[in-house]
Design a binder for this molecule. Structure first.
Ligand SMILES: NC(=O)c1ccc[n+]([C@@H]2O[C@H](COP(=O)([O-])OP(=O)(O)OC[C@H]3O[C@@H](n4cnc5c(N)ncnc54)[C@H](O)[C@@H]3O)[C@@H](O)[C@H]2O)c1
Length: 329
């Protein structure tokens, strides 16, 4: 017998048309949740949204988004919409704060008024961790935020603490490492793997910036969606948690691995070093594992293959021009 629509728990996912948010929507719907997506499609795509989700094309800076929460009283709010460009945040800190700080506070405030059972925020581990702290970094090893983007992510965690104490908002920040996988936008600045895969599959030049020895902690997007589901189903998972693999992979290593998978024959070009980016980062997720039992299950080798397979399936390779030759990594 089918359950009525109302008996399913209801989640609002902001940014649910984006890379990570859309995988979270898929996981929620797979677990029987009713999902509403709010997204302005500024970087997300309508085709990423699961057909069973209700889609509201709306900017989170618009008061209608927080009013929707107060009126509809969803069980959970998962806040993934963000201005995600570090470079843009440096060029225009005010615009960054409008989305990443002000709108986030409006949503938390509305969620507290609506007595939502969980508020999960997409935090960053990568932008709050570098070689100045012991790696893999634990939650209290926070490096000085170097960009308005990182400042905003940390600020929302502090506001989240405040809303938890003062207004009983069940706030969790999942600080993701460098997330990769299908649907990541190769035009953005975040995803070196998406950029490399796209360039290699179209036989375009690929630039490895600096020495190529800079490392990041790459976590597969399905494991990140699984982490969100673990946080949602565990009332003890409140506060701030790292979600990563604890392993470091260099950009040169990524280049070699992806060249083999995509059968790319060109040598890497040398790009300029990004002096604002940390030399190393990786996250210790053992606190989150000890509370929820979550572990990253996808090995890098498997995740890279899945990412390439999906990109091959998506791309019509003919007549492509090289538009991704020199991106940050
Ligand atoms: N990708 C990573 O490695 C990573 C790491 C740590 C944290 N995060 C965080 O995870 C979240 C999702 O990132 P992503 O990589 O999936 O990026 P993404 O750009 O694919 O997703 C962001 C989504 O938010 C939407 N959006 C942006 N501004 C909006 C606004 N004002 N109103 C409504 N919707 C808006 C976009 O259209 C997009 O669909 C972000 O909060 C990001 O900061 C990502």
């Amino acid at each position: 017998m089918s359950q009525s629509k109302q008996s399913h728990p209801h989640a609002l996912v902001t940014g649910g048309a984006g890379f990570i948010g859309s995988h979270v929507v898929d996981a929620l719907i797979g677990a029987g949740w009713r999902v509403t997506v709010i997204d302005d499609l500024s970087s997300g795509k309508r085709q990423n949204i699961h057909p069973a989700a209700t889609f509201l094309k709306m900017d989170v800076r618009d008061q209608r988004a927080s009013q929707w929460i107060i009126k509809q009283k969803p069980d959970a709010v998962l806040h993934f919409a963000a201005q995600i460009s570090v470079t843009r945040s440096i060029k225009d800190p005010v615009a960054d704060a409008e989305t990443n700080i002000r709108a986030s506070i409006w949503l938390m405030d509305a969620a507290a008024k609506a007595h939502v059972k969980r508020f999960i925020f997409a935090g960053t581990g990568g932008a709050l961790c570098d070689e100045t702290v012991p790696l893999p970094a634990k939650e209290h090893h926070v490096a000085d935020p170097m960009s308005p983007y990182a400042i905003a992510k940390r600020a929302i965690e502090l506001y989240g603490d405040f809303y938890r104490r003062e207004y009983s908002l069940p706030f969790t920040s999942l600080r993701f490492a460098n997330v990769y996988g299908p649907r990541q936008n190769a035009l953005g600045e975040a995803g070196v793997i998406a950029i490399f895969v796209q360039a290699m599959l179209t036989n375009c030049p690929v630039a490895v910036n600096g020495t190529g020895k800079q490392t990041r902690d790459y976590v597969y997007v399905a494991d990140v969606a699984d982490a969100v589901m673990h946080a949602l189903s565990n009332d003890m998972a409140m506060g701030v948690f790292h979600v990563g693999t604890g392993k470091e992979t260099s950009v040169s290593d990524l280049f070699k691995r992806l060249a083999i998978i995509t059968k790319y024959r060109k040598k890497a070009k040398k790009g300029p070093a990004d002096t604002n980016a940390p030399a190393r980062s990786s996250l210790d997720a053992s606190l989150f594992t000890s509370i929820t039992g979550w572990r990253p299950r996808t090995k890098l080798a498997d995740g890279l293959k899945l990412t390439v397979l999906e990109a091959q399936a998506q791309q019509k390779m003919k007549n492509r021009i090289c538009i991704y030759p020199f991106k940050k990594n």
